[in-house]
Design a protein around this ligand. Structure first.
Ligand SMILES: Cc1cc2nc3c(=O)[nH]c(=O)nc-3n(C[C@H](O)[C@H](O)[C@H](O)COP(=O)(O)OP(=O)(O)OC[C@H]3O[C@@H](n4cnc5c(N)ncnc54)[C@H](O)[C@@H]3O)c2cc1C
Length: 459
């Protein structure tokens, strides 16, 4: 059989790979896309979209159960788990534009090859025994859950985010290994559906990349909702007996304790999906965290680029998607452009949520940068009072010259509230502009304006 030849071959049909393909539409190129699982990748199938749908549903349930505080009588607010999961599938199909099978059948942006891609030479990839040849290649294979080598864990059994978004039955007790964004989002979601959740985190701090003021407020809120936290405790062994799955924890001082659960959710980090790719056959260099790329997302092999989680220190869909686009455009550009990662916002989508852009106060302190900080809580913000959302805060950080260095918000819908700060940082606007921009009453955005005014007074 003749080897099909392509102008471009993309490995991975997630946010990065799909974006690479769609951004080359209309150029009359022969493009191949190889995907071993479902189109849409982690975000659509096992990440952002199912978790946000489940968090939204869980928050509706929680609010119904708290409704008496507003004088409402919602009696017996409950749920049917299989109906909840059916609704999640409906949402995913809507975002995808059909079921996974329909999406594959109707896929027209490129020639789709279903299966594991393996390099056999720098320009050749094998999929299900078929060789494909391409002038240019983009690696966008993403990451998968890291499974730590803990004695007894394999035998005891565990789940990752892949299973956690479609569990046929809710466990009564769930131990979550990992107190980062993924573990924390799952903790609230499961707890609000009545699961007894314990989050175990090796480091002393939960959500360690987030601003401490906000992270601590969020963790306190989750604790009030019934989530248990074991921070500074490493899981050193696991086993299963008649009472459940037993995790042995050990703190820095060597003291041991135990958590017993019906299920263990592992969310301790992500590992690049490089297994079975045979990267060495293409001569592409890797790092411990993925594929090594330059600022134009090109690997050391001049005809191969990499994009998304597999090549980025920022593992988010919006970054993967922009990188996919940039890698694709650069692959056919006479003058490639670097990927600009100077202003990258992100969120943790609990209720309240955390939105983050730029540096945190602890990062500024640790790197010895001069800064001014302003904190504005929602306690005196009218809209927060009307909506019973006074627990959050806005924190802004600026240089002594008024350049915005960071913005951090804890609020329901914090991601949307952060938008003006993200834009201000990207456009190089100062604290003065943010402070003088009038926001409508009554909105939570007034808190951003007030924090900027406080900063302005300190400069
Ligand atoms: C639980 C969870 C929640 C998340 N929530 C958010 C969120 O709210 N917001 C956000 O911005 N980000 C979120 N993320 C991160 C987000 O999912 C990723 O940043 C994003 O999916 C990265 O896109 P990607 O294209 O690089 O990789 P992926 O989406 O992982 O896609 C890679 C694809 O490549 C395929 N593949 C890999 N190797 C091969 C091979 N050799 N051959 C063929 N196919 C291959 C895989 O099957 C996969 O479909 C979340 C992640 C998780 C796990």
């Amino acid at each position: 059989m003749a080897t099909p030849e392509f102008d471009l071959l993309v490995i991975g049909g997630g946010a990065a790979g799909s974006s690479a393909v769609t951004n080359l539409q209309g150029r009359n190129l022969k493009i191949a896309l190889v995907e071993r699982d479902k189109l849409g990748g982690t975000c659509l199938n096992y990440g952002c979209d199912p978790t946000k749908t489940l968090l939204h549903t869980a928050s509706q349930l929680y609010n119904a159960r708290q409704a008496h505080k507003l004088g409402l009588q919602i009696l017996n607010a409950g749920f049917d788990w299989s109906a909840v999961l059916a609704q999640v599938r409906k949402v995913l199909d809507q975002i995808r534009g059909g079921t996974p099978e329909e999406a594959e059948r109707d896929y027209k942006d490129a020639t789709l090859f279903k299966g594991q891609a393996r390099f056999v030479s720098p320009h050749e990839v094998e999929v299900n025994g078929q060789r494909l040849q391409a002038d240019r290649i983009i690696i966008a294979g993403g990451t998968k859950a890291t499974i730590p080598p803990i004695e007894g864990l394999q035998e005891a059994g565990y789940i990752t985010n892949v299973e956690a978004v479609s569990l046929p039955v809710l466990p009564k007790r769930l131990a979550i290994m990992g107190g980062g964004p993924i573990g924390i989002e799952f903790s609230q979601m499961f707890a609000r559906f009545g699961v007894e959740v314990t989050v175990i985190e090796k480091t002393p701090e939960l959500l360690e990349t987030e601003d401490r003021d906000l992270a601590e407020r969020l963790v306190s809120q989750l604790a009030r909702e019934g989530v248990s936290f074991k921070a500074g405790a490493e899981v050193v062994a696991a086993r299963k007996d008649a009472s459940g799955k037993r995790l042995t924890l050990q703190n820095k001082g060597g003291r041991q304790s135990e958590v017993v659960a019906d299920e263990i959710l592992v969310a301790v980090g992500r590992t690049p999906a490089l297994d079975e790719l045979n990267l060495e056959k293409a001569g592409v260099e890797r790092t411990g965290k993925g594929v090594r790329v330059d600022e134009n997302l090109r690997t050391n092999a001049p005809h191969i680029w990499a994009a998304g989680d597999i090549a980025s220190k920022y593992q988010f869909t919006h970054v993967a998607s922009e990188q996919g686009k940039r890698a694709a455009l650069n692959a056919f550009a006479s003058e490639p452009e670097p990927f600009d990662d100077k202003v990258i916002p992100w969120g943790i989508y609990t209720f309240p949520s955390i939105a983050h852009v730029g540096q945190t106060e602890q990062e500024l302190r640790e790197t010895g940068q001069e800064y001014v900080a302003a904190r504005h809580t929602f306690e005196e913000v009218a809209r927060a009072i009307t909506d019973a959302q006074t627990g959050g805060m806005v924190k802004l950080l600026a240089s002594p010259s008024g350049r915005i260095l960071g913005g951090h918000i804890l609020a329901d819908d914090a991601g949307n509230l952060l938008s003006p700060v993200v834009l201000a940082m990207k456009a190089g606007l100062t604290v003065k502009t943010l402070a003088e921009t009038i926001q409508p009453y009554p909105t939570l955005a007034e808190a951003v304006m007030q924090a900027a005014r406080q900063l302005q007074e300190k400069l």
